[in-house]
Design a protein around this ligand. Structure first.
Ligand code: FAD
Length: 352
């Protein structure tokens, strides 16, 4: 089948931001074939950004998953989107089927990989202690929120967006907070030194301790297996009954790799988001795509990117192919009541 022909069925692996949007955009564009959205998580598709922001604060009202849902359950029924719970464990590109952990199989005319990413962990002693958290899913957020409610001393490892947002939520919840970053400033991957300085000042003004150029070598526990301190390379120990690891993510490429598709830092796709197989696309956090302007291969982790990718694939599958994906990336973050929007041209900071 040619990549631009309308397939009789579309199977989407991963029901996060990109997977949901692919299904929704297909229906918005009048696609009448079968749409199957397969989710490894036991909740309806939801948005992740609140997980490190309002949703996390121990001082706020406890929130249920339903407040995060992108759509209620009735939406999927009305739109004839088959939501299937389970983990896809294999793809057979020759037979055009995917296999789930429970042995069931789904045939596809076109397959969309929207598998996202998983948080990196720290490769140090004590990383498995109770009270040490990563944050990707609603379930992670519930566990982190419970730990935060009981914590006094929070240490956040990594001063990227996720780490700083968690630090802000912990500080606003009244905890003593220390952020430890291996580089010499926060947000080094995303922002200029000048804009990053804004965040350094913001957090210090709110009473958060920021340590730059410091490496965590171990997490130490008490006799009950709860984290008690964070040990730095110079031997200092920071008291901690809650540790958040925010040191980035790894794209989930294992399905693509096992199916013989090219992968690098993400599933390798062309400018139309097609993998090496014309019947398989990859989108969102898991996809490494060529940016037309710079000629560089990019993998972005943002809602805008996942949604934009999903729309492009839906257009292609409904007979309106675009030559390439070329939206300008942008991102936002909320910290201490300040919303910051970041775009490639001069960034804008808007206090809210
Ligand atoms: P995901 O939303 O991660 O969805 C992937 C889904 O695929 C997951 O549900 C996963 O379980 C499932 N899956 C994986 N493998 C399989 C399999 N084999 N079988 C079945 N299912 C599978 N972006 C912003 O733009 N602004 C923000 O402020 C912001 N804040 C964020 C805060 C947090 C805490 C997090 C975690 C992310 C944040 N992001 C933010 C990033 C944004 O949420 C992601 O870029 C976006 O969710 C990516 O969408 P995706 O569909 O590619 O992946």
């Amino acid at each position: 089948m040619s990549a631009d022909a309308q397939p009789a069925s579309v199977v989407i692996v991963g029901a996060g931001q990109g997977g949901y949007q692919t299904a929704a955009s297909l229906r918005e564009r009048g696609y009448r074939g079968r749409v199957t959205l397969i989710s490894a998580e036991d909740t309806l598709p939801y948005e992740r950004p609140p997980l490190s922001k309002a949703h996390l604060k121990a001082t706020g009202q406890a929130q249920g998953d339903e407040q995060l849902w992108l759509r209620p359950a009735t939406y999927y029924v009305r739109q004839s989107i088959d939501l299937v719970g389970g983990t896809v464990t294999g793809i057979d590109p020759a037979a055009r089927t995917v296999r789930l952990g429970d042995g069931s199989r789904y045939d596809y005319g076109h397959l969309v990989l929207a598998t996202g990413a998983r948080p990196r962990t720290l490769d140090v002693p004590g990383a498995g202690l109770r009270g040490v958290h990563t944050l990707r899913t609603a379930r992670d957020a519930a566990a982190l929120r419970a730990s935060l409610a009981a914590a006094q001393y929070a240490v956040v490892v990594g001063a990227g967006f996720l780490g700083l947002e968690c630090a802000a939520a912990a500080r606003e919840s009244g905890r003593a907070v220390t952020v430890v970053e291996a580089l010499d400033r926060p947000l080094a991957r995303a922002l200029s030194a000048r804009t990053a300085e804004h965040f350094t000042r913001l957090h210090r003004r709110e009473g958060t301790r920021l340590l730059f150029g410091e490496r965590v070598v171990a997490l130490r526990g008490d006799r009950n297996g709860n984290v008690a301190s964070v040990e730095l390379a110079d031997g200092r120990r920071l008291p901690a009954d809650l540790v958040v690891i925010g040191v980035g993510v790894t794209p989930r490429t294992e399905l693509a790799e096992a199916a013989g598709l090219p992968v690098g830092d993400g599933v390798t796709v062309d400018a139309r988001l097609l993998t090496g197989d014309p019947c398989i696309s990859a989108i969102g956090d898991c996809a490494a795509f060529p940016q037309v302007r710079s000629g560089k291969r990019l993998r972005l982790e943002s809602v805008q990117n996942a949604v934009g990718h999903a729309r492009l694939v839906a257009e292609r599958l409904t007979g309106a192919p675009r030559a390439h994906y070329e939206e300008l990336p942008w991102f936002w973050s909320d910290q201490f009541g300040t919303t910051v929007q970041i775009a490639p041209s001069p960034p804008t900071c808007a206090g809210t």
